[in-house]
Design a binder for this molecule. Structure first.
Ligand code: AHR
Length: 301
């Protein structure tokens, strides 16, 4: 892609002269904590001035933080959008101010001309991987539940879509509720599922490891043993790996939060009018219990 006309035309940027705004969406999960740390640590190492804020999972807070950054005249904004819709006005404001925006992690539903680039995971593909794993775990089919991420987020929508696309016809999703990507909400959602469907539940697709950890507490409390309910989770955090070691999670689809270094490099290229990729997808694996104990010590998040 070609860079938009930016301040780059006036000066050559280096890491230590670049100011990046990062209106983080929240601190809902271990994934998010690792993502925040990646941006802060990379900025510290490279000398980038990072304006960081935490929107507590509220889009209006992210928009206010972006507006404050635009007012301050930051060089670039890296936005991890909590939901997909509703960004047009503030993206237009950034554009009018000549401040390029990189969409980080989740996607936005906005015309591609409204932002410079996107870097993150292919959420639909993550859902497809999860669907394949569930097919392998339940070859004879069965009823399953879904603990979904934040409603309206690209992560939840994409994973749900990919999962459904891939799932064998003999596997039925009997219920799907959001747990907002948090442990605190994952537990009561699973409790309610167990109360309603009991032993009919043969599997659970859980959109992140934090919700899986909350759900496992509920499954344990209801008297189930590891493996009674086949769990496919997403993220590949240390907590997810531990749950595989303990036998509760049968497959964990990786979602990489360590996006700081690549985003800052991308930012510099955009600002300096150098060639850059408008879409950067992170490489991710699927992990299983057999290697979990061996790999756990080297997991970075
Ligand atoms: O957008 C990435 C998702 O957001 C991660 O899967 C989840 O843990 C986080 O909250």
């Amino acid at each position: 892609a070609a860079a938009e006309p930016t301040k780059a035309e006036k000066k050559e940027f280096t890491y230590s002269t670049m100011t990046m705004c990062y209106p983080q969406l929240g601190a809902e999960s271990d994934w998010r904590t690792a993502n925040t740390a990646s941006f802060k640590e990379t900025a510290g190492e490279l000398g980038v001035r990072l304006i960081f804020s935490d929107a507590q999972q509220k889009q209006e807070n992210q928009i206010s933080a972006m507006r404050a950054c635009i007012q301050q005249g930051v060089d670039i904004i890296a936005l991890p959008p909590v939901v997909e819709d509703g960004w047009d006005a503030v993206l237009q404001e950034a554009k009018d101010a000549g401040i390029p925006v990189i969409i980080v992690d989740r996607s936005v539903k906005a015309d591609k001309s409204m932002y410079a680039a996107h870097i993150g995971s292919n959420m639909v593909q993550e859902g497809e991987k999860a669907g394949n794993e569930m097919n392998k775990l339940l070859p004879d089919g069965g009823k399953i539940v879904e603990l979904s991420g934040t409603t309206g987020s690209g992560a939840a929508t994409g994973r749900a879509e990919g999962f459904r696309k891939t799932l064998n016809k003999n596997i039925e999703i009997i219920d799907s509720q959001t747990g907002n990507f948090t442990r605190a909400e994952g537990k009561p959602v699973m409790e309610a599922f167990l109360k309603k469907y009991g032993k009919d539940i043969k599997g659970a697709f859980i959109h992140n490891d934090d919700m899986a950890i909350g759900a496992i507490e509920a499954i344990k409390a209801a008297g189930f043993k590891p493996g009674d309910i086949k769990i496919v989770s997403v993220d590949g955090t240390r907590g997810g790996f531990q749950a595989m070691v303990d036998g509760w999670v049968q497959a964990d689809v990786e979602c990489n939060p360590l996006l700081g270094p690549q985003t800052m490099e991308l930012a510099l290229n955009i600002l300096n009018g150098k060639p850059f990729d408008a879409e950067t997808l992170t490489k991710e694996e699927v992990y299983y219990p057999d290697k979990a104990a061996e790999l756990l010590p080297s997991r970075k998040y």
